[in-house]
Write a protein that binds this ligand. Sequence first.
Ligand SMILES: C[S@@+](CC[C@H](N)C(=O)[O-])C[C@H]1O[C@@H](n2cnc3c(N)ncnc32)[C@H](O)[C@@H]1O
Length: 642
Amino acid sequence: MKESLSSGKLIRNEITPDNLTQVYYKWVDDIGKHIEDVDKEEYPLLFFADIMSEGKIPKYKDLPAKLCYEGDDTPFFVLHKQRLDLNDTKGYDKFWSIYNKPPKEEHRNYLLSRRDSLIYTEERMKKGAYYTPLKVVDKAYDKLTEVLGAGWQKEYFVWDMCCGVGNLEMKHSNHRNIFMSTLDKADIDIIKSNHTCPEATVFQYDYLNDDVTDDGKIDYSKTKKIPMQLKDAIKSNKKILVLINPPYAEAGSTLGKNSKQNVSKTKVSKYLMDGYGKSSNELFTQFLVRIQKEIPNCTIGVFSKLKYVNAPNFELFRNKWKADYLGGFVVRSKAFDDLKGEFPIGFLIWKSNIKSTLISDVRVDVLDKDCKYKGEKYFYNKPSESFLNVWVERPKANKTVVVPLKNAVSIYDKNVCLNNWSDNAIGYMWCQSNDFQKSSNMTALFSSVWGDGHGFYITEKNLLQSAMVFTARRVIKPTWLNDRDQFLQPNKKLSKEFQNDCLVWMLFNGSNLTASADNLKWNGKDDWKIVNHFIPFKPSEVGSNTGWESYFMVDFMENLKFSKEATQVLAEGKNLWKEYFSETDVKKVRDDLKLNRPDVGWYQIRKALENRGISFDNFQTAYQKLTNKLQEQVYEYGFLMP
Ligand SMILES: C[S@@+](CC[C@H](N)C(=O)[O-])C[C@H]1O[C@@H](n2cnc3c(N)ncnc32)[C@H](O)[C@@H]1O
């Protein structure tokens, strides 16, 4: 080993007080689990026997367990005079290729004195009562070490004011510096009975209500729950790290019966959140706001969704809450067993003091669901006037009543929010929210209004802009990582080719639900009709014997120049349109798809042809080429930031 060290080929990590708990968990995985016939509670004894030996020679003679060797390289342990063999030594070799043993002389006694904390963590693991999985906590500790330096566990007092059963603190190797408080007394009892962090100060405390006065101050004499040592540390400006995973999930699910409305009734939201707008409904922002008021000079390591960094609803929060970003990561929500949905969860470290600036752009490491490093990513704090959802001019509604839709030709019949048309409108685009989370299934084009609103009317004037919005929102595949990315207004002059490409891409996209139909039943009448203004071909080109009611799109496209990719899509699309008119569908299909007019839309044609078993292969190939081209361009034009 000395040779390889001096040749620089292999450098092993030291075991120190700061990484003891992390190293212990790795040791349990790689070695402990392979020791035969041993009770898990004995692992810490075997762990110490293993790390406190130099080669084959133990550094302490009086430890309860002993590491021995059979022959030259088969290790086994002796505990209570019993021989314990490893059923596999591969993990043993792997582990000791990463770490150096024994630990440096100056750390050895301190490490041994931490033995108790390891014994009880095993007991706790059995109960499985964790919110933040330990593999994620592990990464948070690595990040804290990277950002705050190797000695942070000694240097900082840590306060977790929503500690639950305390797993965020389980990897900490210096419990005397830890304060843990949480809402539920039952959690405190679990922490105490399991001896989690036995030397930490643990107390019940409702951080969003306790000690908050009606005039927006924090007065510890109200509940007298805050320990003297913590009060002193805050008062005398000691180095404090707030380490939290606050209840950032839907408030209702975290707080049992409480609904989102009840959440806003905490004293923090009532007395401390003036001017924070919608963000004050969220528990995690309430934590952040009180923390900043109470400990203006502190470091905060916080798990949460990313919305406070980049979402429109949090703009007021970002205009008030000041902190300098030090570093962090996002991890896929699937890493947390009990979370539904696919989105990034951040662990971001902030330094807050009076000189701090407003939140700006944030660079994070990206970790997958197994906490493996996958690269880096930026989250941008952009003003909401730069968002795409306010780019298109929105024509006003008029008094003409139209039939509200929930799909291309089906009626939106419950709780209708919108049933008015607009002057000169040719369609309506459902365009809800401004991020990927909603864009994939809340972007669609209709020939009447989408009954729930949340969109805008399309006219000749805003048609090309609408096509670009539609494309930007739909052309990139949503993933867990881009889920909270915001769409932005373009930042350079848009070429004619790009605009026309977007128009064609929209016309042949699966979310183009423009259609025609007669005799729709709604609101006591059975003669509602919808007219399709989005047909790119003349009747004679596609074999229809009857004309369209509207030639809007044919006329609009007449003088446009199309790229070779768009031209190919139009050609393949025309073939499918022709195919549709080459046969008449069976009655059931005609009824279901409302094929009672010639000016049917792309949705109706697609569905009818799918039913006939027609191949879309040639069309798909052409459409994919246009898709590939546009996927790059939405980034180039600044609709999305990489
Ligand atoms: C997401 S869990 C995190 C628990 C633990 N720190 C972890 O990381 O696994 C949030 C915790 O905050 C607690 N909590 C909710 N509201 C609170 C409040 N007002 N004051 C203190 N703790 C609260 C919940 O009971 C829950 O244990």
